[in-house]
Design a protein around this ligand. Sequence first.
Ligand code: ZN
Length: 288
Amino acid sequence: MQSPDAKETVKGVTIGGFLQLLAVFTFLVLSQISLVFAPSSGVEIIRNSGVSKEVEHSAAIAVENVKAFFMDKYNVQLRRNIRIILTSDTDGYIQAQMKEHRISGEEAIRRGRTSSASSQGSVIILNAGHPRLASSPSLIATIAHEVVHQFQDQLTNGKMSGLEWLTEGMAGIIAVQLTEDWGGKSLASYKKYCLQEIGAAAALPGLAELRTSKQWRASLDKYGASVTYRIAEVAVLELQSSTGWDAFVLYYQLVNQAADKGLVFERNFGVTLDNFEHQFTEKLMTGK
Ligand SMILES: [Zn+2]
């Protein structure tokens, strides 16, 4: 982020200059903290016009629950400042995507069509007017899903693993698990719902077809968002039921430091990636 010029300036400062800089920095940090909305320092929730206070409240609940999940179980703290922008409709969602995520109009329209929330860098944008988010549990689950992505991104130092189905499935299932206390489905009934959605689909992608973000986007268009996400979630449920979440957290911590990413998967989940994807897809297709 820092330009080469900025780095040069720091090299040349005197002690007096340094103290001045420190004072300015402290002031900036303190003034930032006072501006930040309540859930905790480091997370700012911005409510665009037309978005209710209830939506803002749901966002705060989601943030707190995901933070507690990673902190209590894994001692992982959210170290970055994140912003959550709540928009009231698809138009506002698309506009915010273009402005904050600096993507083309075409890509923003695609996201507006296939998603109700997105996370990029340290900014989460939500389309609170999406019909799928009409109930409070689904709002909380959707925002929690995006906050899990922030943790995944942090665990990998900003270099996501590239295993899209694992990333999306993990975010989805943790979000469901955390929303149960807020009126959401239990994991068991959520799994049932996923299998129904998958069973009702005309065609299914194989799990190995959902590895890269490019493949993932292609599946959203070809097979539909619902079936694509549900397959990833059921696959993660399957892995999680044998390893717990520990293996996932460790996987994300290790995957980008390892030369052989496949080996990190195998060590953490006790099965090779190819075998798991193949067996899972086989089971899903024949169970149909
Ligand atoms: Zn996601």
